[in-house]
Ligand binder design. Structure first.
Ligand SMILES: Cc1cc2nc3c(=O)[nH]c(=O)nc-3n(C[C@H](O)[C@H](O)[C@H](O)COP(=O)(O)OP(=O)(O)OC[C@H]3O[C@@H](n4cnc5c(N)ncnc54)[C@H](O)[C@@H]3O)c2cc1C
Length: 465
């Protein structure tokens, strides 16, 4: 082995780990990143954000070509699905992204150590097939998360798949049952629904997207139902038996009641993800966990000095951009800077069509906290650009403090809202009021005018409705 001593050793090459490694190298540290997968980029680039968005984009185009162009005066005939071609598009997007990280590692002179890392002392990591390496400044645990299993339902990645298997189904199932009405279930359910599957979403709770604003989840479910998705809410899956041709699922009301059988060609288990710390040797070095997550202080440090943790493996939403922000902040703190992450303003996005995007507090949270607030809402049906593009489902809702008018939460469902939420995150970072947003000139005609109008509506003076 060429090198065995580093300033910073990062375990895990996902968005948390690779970004932390790059920023630490930019700041002059000698950095190694230990990654056991054959490629860099972690869950996000290999089997998460990026491949799912590649399939969402491709299936959106298929759906539009097959059914969505007539309203624009475009006649299309003989639209056919080439599933291997679509999978090849996804694979190429993943390859381009993960090799991009390899390039960035070379550019920043980061040593990529290929193998599983195990912490053997507060400054030592044993890398499988490589040997022991030391970190004089910090060991960073960025080992991410993996799929939460559902007791009684064995994932075989053929008929009963996790999100990873659902990204590579060899054919379009006639009936896909998605267990879990969260972000991943709805996104991958949308992909296969657009490609021709009948999709049934079984959700234990009485609503989809349970952590989002209630009005947003209700509207999202209504729109997805209109698109053909079936929902069995307040329902739990109690068993599955796999046959040669499909899966027989037993479901019953979450509150108790008679069991039913649902037949499916494929089942996607998407009930969530859990922190991944297997084989890391945390018990031996005494790193404490809290309900499976690595316990950290306000500076990402574990209870063992010199060992830090970021990303999905620690508390907070399991999102790539949250992991990245933590990676940057930690590297800068190690260099003596005063960086921090504003965990109150991590946006959440669902990349279905229409998209769903939110930041800050929901109405339910404000009510529960007894905060007096004002709400302003504007529908995309009244937005010229949305009409021109034929995408009028959805709305923008802005919640602001009743006394100060400071924006407390923004909840959107509609076309391209994933790109529009950034404006509001920025506004909220600067403690903007709804009036500030309302008085900001937005280009016409753009979808973002719905943001301005929602902000005007907070004060009861929208112009175009
Ligand atoms: C289908 C799907 C879609 C998603 N879509 C989005 C999205 O659109 N937007 C979004 O923000 N988030 C999305 N996510 C979540 C996102 O992928 C995660 O939040 C993000 O990857 C977390 O980054 P991380 O660096 O903490 O961990 P990970 O990306 O999980 O990376 C951890 C890495 O550590 C490696 N590792 C683990 N243990 C060891 C060890 N002992 N030694 C060496 N290496 C090790 C693993 O191989 C892995 O590569 C999605 C997830 C899934 C599954």
């Amino acid at each position: 082995m060429a090198e065995s001593t580093f300033d910073v050793v990062v375990i895990g090459g996902g968005p948390g780990g690779y970004v932390c490694a790059i920023r630490a190298a930019q700041l002059g540290f000698k950095v190694a990143c230990v990654e056991k997968r054959g490629t860099l980029g972690g869950t996000c680039l290999n089997v998460g954000c990026i491949p799912s968005k590649a399939l969402l984009a491709a299936s959106e185009k298929f759906e539009e070509a097959a059914h969505g162009l007539a309203k624009f005066g475009i006649k299309v005939g003989g639209v056919e699905l080439d599933l291997p071609g679509m999978q090849a598009h996804k694979d190429k997007v993943v390859k381009d992204n993960v090799t991009g990280i390899e390039f960035l590692f070379k550019k920043n002179k980061i040593a990529w150590l290929k193998g599983a890392g195990k912490i053997t002392a507060a400054n030592t990591v044993e890398v499988e097939g490589v040997g022991a390496i030391t970190a004089s400044k910090a060991i960073v645990i960025a080992t991410g998360s993996d799929v939460t299993p559902l007791p009684g339902i064995a994932i075989d990645e053929k008929r009963v798949v996790s999100s990873t298997g659902a990204l590579s189904l060899p054919e379009v199932p006639k009936h896909l049952v998605v267990i879990g009405g969260g972000v991943i279930g709805l996104e991958l359910g949308s992909v296969w629904g657009r490609l021709g599957a009948k999709v049934t979403v079984v959700e234990y709770l009485d609503r989809v997207l349970p952590s989002m604003d209630g009005e947003l989840s209700k509207q999202a479910q209504r729109i997805f139902a209109k698109q053909g998705m079936d929902f069995k809410l307040g329902t739990k899956v109690t068993g599955a038996s796999v046959t040669e041709t499909g899966v027989s699922l037993t479901v019953e009301p979450a509150a108790g009641g008679a069991a039913q059988t649902v037949e499916a060609d494929a089942v996607l288990v998407a009930i969530g993800r859990r922190p991944y710390t297997e084989g890391l040797g945390l018990e031996a070095v005494g790193v404490e966990l809290d309900r499976g997550r690595v316990k950290i202080d306000g500076h990402f440090q574990t209870n063992v000095p010199g060992i830090y943790a970021i990303g999905d493996v620690v508390e907070g939403p399991m999102l790539a951009h949250k992991a990245e922000e933590e990676g940057v902040a930690l590297a800068e703190q190690l260099a003596g800077q005063k960086s921090h992450v504003n965990h109150d303003l991590v946006p959440g996005v669902v990349y279905t069509w229409p998209e769903v995007a939110a930041v800050g507090k929901t109405e339910e949270q404000l009510k529960a906290a007894g905060v007096a607030y004002k709400a302003g809402k504007f529908p995309f049906t009244a937005n010229g650009r949305a009409r021109a593009g034929g995408n009028t489902d959805g709305f923008v809702k802005i919640l602001s403090d009743a006394a100060t008018d400071q924006v407390l939460g923004v909840h959107m469902i509609g076309p391209n809202v994933s790109e529009m939420i950034g404006e509001l995150v920025l506004a909220m970072e600067f403690s903007a009021s709804a009036e500030d947003v309302a008085r900001t000139c937005h280009a016409h005609p753009t979808l973002s005018e719905a943001v301005k109008e929602a902000a005007l509506a907070v004060d009861g003076r929208p112009l175009h409705i």
